[in-house]
Design a protein around this ligand. Sequence first.
Ligand code: GLN
Length: 199
Amino acid sequence: MSSTQIGVLAVQGDVREHLAALAGSGADGRPVRRPGELEDLDGLVIPGGESTTIDRLCRIFGLHEPIRALIASGLPVYGSCAGMIQLADEILDGHPEQQSFGGIDMTVRRNAFGRQVDSFEVDLAVTGLADPDRPFPAVFIRAPWVERLGESVEVLARVEGHPVAVRQGTLLATSFHPEVTGDHRLHALFVEQAAAYRR
Ligand code: GLN
């Protein structure tokens, strides 16, 4: 059997880092720049970067609607930082024209941690990871936090009371950037979810 096929939305952001983390998790990652490249995926990653730019370019390149449709169809999608913002049903402090893909019943505030400190790293306990006694090195860069969560959203980790890793069905989102740490356990969790979807 061939390995799990994961697309990484590649209009802006830290695409290369996600591709490396996916390779490190045994998946076949490939960049997605046009709608045709969304075919036959077992999962999709929306990288960290600048959510307003990712949104604008996705609408220009005709990716916005197909990605919304894939989310609605149940495709596993993982968003880190800007990707988390784009998976939220509601964004606070977004650009006035910004549209998210939505999918996770939550409200996130852009740059919320960033108002306090631009970037920081903490050792986090994250539910569901392999080797659970080993904390996850979580890197936050102008990160969003979650201000409202629907009942069907599961919180996997918190910082100072704010949810920073959440899951709703096949959708996973983190305020932080596991792709820059070399610790691939979060990507491995997502790849497992995508492999289960494929079966
Ligand atoms: N602040 C960025 C945004 O609003 C997210 C930052 C990041 O992805 N590191 O999109």
